[in-house]
Ligand binder design. Structure first.
Ligand code: 3PG
Length: 320
């Protein structure tokens, strides 16, 4: 059966990845329809009509999109976080939703270290910075991305700590990090790196109570979702603590007061990206894009829903 797969990416993949996605889709004798760098929701609503499958990134798939996509059977988020998909609305329409866990992990991990080095070396302003060796990094969430960061941290001679409500302490230990028993416990370490999904529970959960526990030179690294951090509290901490740093992949929603608060001419205390850059590498685009295309073909041709079960699993606590 000739199926149509829509590649809908407001932030486009590298051209090489798109070509690879196209190859997978064509080999299955499906048609690839592309909507890249689109500017409005209306463009997306028009494009989804008549498509059988969708590959998306952070693109919003809500009830309105699903309503227009009457023929849609499967949507694959090429990436890890699926907070942009209305899973309930998918279920109501019997649309299968999948992600591609792990495919962006190394790209994000390298960005974490890129930002840490820029910050530790005072954004190369000529003054003495410090080294990462022997310093402590604590992970909130210990999934694929955190583990990739941990691997690099070991190479840098850092000490790793981790807390993940869905992973037992023994498993964290087996993976080479020191288990921490609570979220608050993470904030005793100089670096805290966030690797939790955006959920009702995690939204704005990184607040003043937690941030103010951080030791001198405390640095929060956020390559998860900007909404996980309580923005007003973070701004307050940056104002009162000249030692504190915030390194984030995407800027806080209201960036101007942040810039004013840190007066950070050299960009060492406040590092942010204009658009989410963690997954913006040729390799991650290839990995996530091709995985998404293969999952769609596997679903239609063999009824495979393995990756979908991964989505369900991460919603279930490990001890249940
Ligand atoms: C992810 O969840 O995999 C990352 O945040 C990547 O998001 P992006 O595809 O919008 O870059």
């Amino acid at each position: 059966k000739n199926r149509t797969v829509l590649l809908a990416t407001e932030k486009a993949f590298a051209a090489g990845a798109v070509a690879k996605i196209e190859t997978v889709v064509k080999e299955a004798k499906y048609t690839l329809k592309k909507l890249e760098n689109y500017k409005s929701k209306d463009d997306l609503l028009a494009a989804v009509e008549g498509v059988d499958a969708m590959i998306i990134r952070s693109d919003i798939v809500d009830a309105a999109v699903l309503e227009k996509a009457a023929q849609l059977k499967i949507v694959v988020r090429a990436g890890a976080g699926y907070d942009n998909i209305d899973l309930k609305a998918c279920e109501a329409k019997s649309v299968v939703a999948m992600n591609t866990p792990g495919q962006n992990a190394n790209a994000v991990a390298e960005l974490v270290f890129g930002m840490m080095i820029v910050s530790a070396r005072n954004n190369f302003d000529g003054t003495s910075g410090f080294e990462l060796v022997n310093r402590e990094i604590a992970f909130y969430g210990f999934g694929a991305v955190a583990r990739a960061v941990h691997k690099l941290a070991v190479g840098f001679g850092m000490k790793s700590f981790a807390y993940d409500p869905y992973i037992p302490a023994e498993k964290i230990k087996e993976m080479g990090a020191e288990p921490v028993t609570s979220v608050a416990g993470l904030f005793e370490h100089q670096y805290v790196s966030l690797h939790v999904p955006l959920t009702e529970e995690t939204k704005a959960s990184i607040n003043k109570d937690l941030l103010s526990k951080m030791p001198k030179g405390g640095t929060l690294i956020n390559t998860a979702r900007v909404e996980v951090v309580h923005e007003a509290d973070m701004l307050e901490i940056l104002k009162v603590r000249p030692d504190f740093c915030y390194l984030c992949d995407v800027a806080p929603k209201d960036i101007e007061p942040f810039k004013a608060a840190v007066g950070d001419k050299f960009g060492k205390r406040l590092i942010f990206t204009k658009k989410k850059m963690g997954a913006q590498t040729a390799e991650a685009n290839d990995n996530a894009g091709v995985a998404a295309a293969n999952q769609i073909v596997g679903f239609f041709e063999k009824g495979e829903t393995a990756a979908w079960r991964v989505v369900l699993e991460v919603l279930q606590p490990a001890d249940e």
